[in-house]
Design a protein around this ligand. Sequence first.
Ligand SMILES: [Zn+2]
Length: 269
Amino acid sequence: MDESARVQVERPTAVPVKMQAVAPGVHRYRDGLVNWYTIEDEGAISLVDTGWPRSWDRIEGGLREIGRRPSDVTAILLTHGHGDHLGAAERARQETGAPVRCHREEVARVGGKRRGGSSLALVPGLVPQLWRPASLRFVLHATAQGFLTPRWVKEVSPFETGDELDVPGRPRVLFTPGHTEGHASFLLPGGVLLTGDALVTVDPVTNRPGPCLPHDAVNVDSERARESLSVLEEVEAQTLLPGHGEPWTQGLKKAVERARASASASASA
Ligand SMILES: [Zn+2]
């Protein structure tokens, strides 16, 4: 095997997880090319997104790093039902006994019952992008992490737009569809917003840094995703914690402004 082939083959255990305290009680875990988060409140944990299908061992390790155990997790919240976010949710549900929750409009996808909701449905959109090193890297990494064979969640408890969830961190639900039909974002009382893939700080398809929407190739409805930016724009939050990329601490309004500018730049390119 030559050197270039060697770097592309990643064993699940070889993925480094970088943990970072990002807000009071909130930790970010960069699990390869995606982020998941823990929100801690009086020793109990909300897990926000669950990485890849093969991420469970890393989630367990991440909990240990903050002195917690799987039994401390009392809620598993999903921004949306793509394989890099719901990945280990079913395993996490079984290991922790905590309910898996997502927006009502996302329940079918998370349960594997939505037509066109399989990981394979994303492939035709991604194939024309594979000339980009970033896209190829994402696809290889995703495949090694079990993206194409997700474990759907057997029991899902829905929440509604505007709900304030009675779980650690007391997040409020914002409905931010477009990337998927039922995508949700979570606003914490301290002005911290977890945006999943409604607004990211690196596009996993192009590797372009800075606040932006994910590439059209991976959105169910990009027009709707752009409309959802208006929902985020109204939010009083200084810190944005995205599904992909680094935290952004310069306020939501500026992040949305940048995302809009980057969308029109790529449309005219
Ligand atoms: Zn994603």
